[in-house]
Design a protein around this ligand. Sequence first.
Ligand SMILES: Nc1nc2c(c(=O)[nH]1)N(C=O)[C@@H](CNc1ccc(C(=O)N[C@@H](CCC(=O)O)C(=O)O)cc1)CN2
Ligand SMILES: Nc1ncnc2c1ncn2[C@@H]1O[C@H](COP(=O)(O)OP(=O)(O)OP(=O)(O)O)[C@@H](O)[C@H]1O
Length: 187
Amino acid sequence: MNKKQLRLKYKELREALTPEQVEEGSLEIANRLLELPIWNYSYYHLFLSISEKKEVDTQGVLHILQGKDKHVVLSKSNFKKASLTNYLLTDSTVIKVNEWGIPEPVDGIEVPASKIDVVFIPLLAFDKKGNRTGYGKGFYDRFLSLCTKEVLKVGLSLFPSEESIKDINEHDVPLDYCVTPEKIYKF
Ligand SMILES: Nc1nc2c(c(=O)[nH]1)N(C=O)[C@@H](CNc1ccc(C(=O)N[C@@H](CCC(=O)O)C(=O)O)cc1)CN2
Ligand SMILES: Nc1ncnc2c1ncn2[C@@H]1O[C@H](COP(=O)(O)OP(=O)(O)OP(=O)(O)O)[C@@H](O)[C@H]1O
């Protein structure tokens, strides 16, 4: 399927999830993440979930990162430029839900993309090669193009992989891992 078809399919699959399924699947994902060889780093970029879109709830991942004393980096979206500005999460970070339902830091200490070691990535669908698609604005492809080539890219999904995404382009940055409630995909 192509990205457009996949976006429609996964929008419907998400809408059919109960809040309990989202909660349970998200906890399984957080627990499974502990098995990945990604914990000897310092700076971790995390997305905060758009709850009305039934995204993976990342609160469990946030607790793991804080328990391990990692630097947590959150982003603020600029919809005009489809870009992300990254801020360090601190005790004084104020989080506000923006007009798209995304909880975001209001401001803070900016962290350059080049400092980030691991990025947890939201997605609608992914395939067996680690290609992914999101809502279609290219925010993450743009952001990942500014990170180092060693940065670890970890997708989080409540659903298993698709066979193949047909319309991959030169900007698409593939994942290193994708974690679902059932398994870890390594690409
Ligand atoms: N939690 C979270 N944060 C994220 C992302 C994400 O997927 N999840 N993004 C990943 O790139 C970026 C935001 N991307 C977005 C891109 C488009 C729309 C959007 O157009 N929303 C429309 C309709 C979309 C639809 O339902 O298909 C709307 O809400 O009306 C929202 C967010 C950055 N932050
Ligand atoms: N690094 C980049 N530089 C310039 N344009 C880019 C870059 N990455 C993606 N784009 C553009 O952004 C648009 C959306 O990309 P795409 O269809 O791959 O979205 P997506 O991966 O589904 O979305 P998202 O990354 O927001 O989840 C495309 O027109 C693409 O060419």
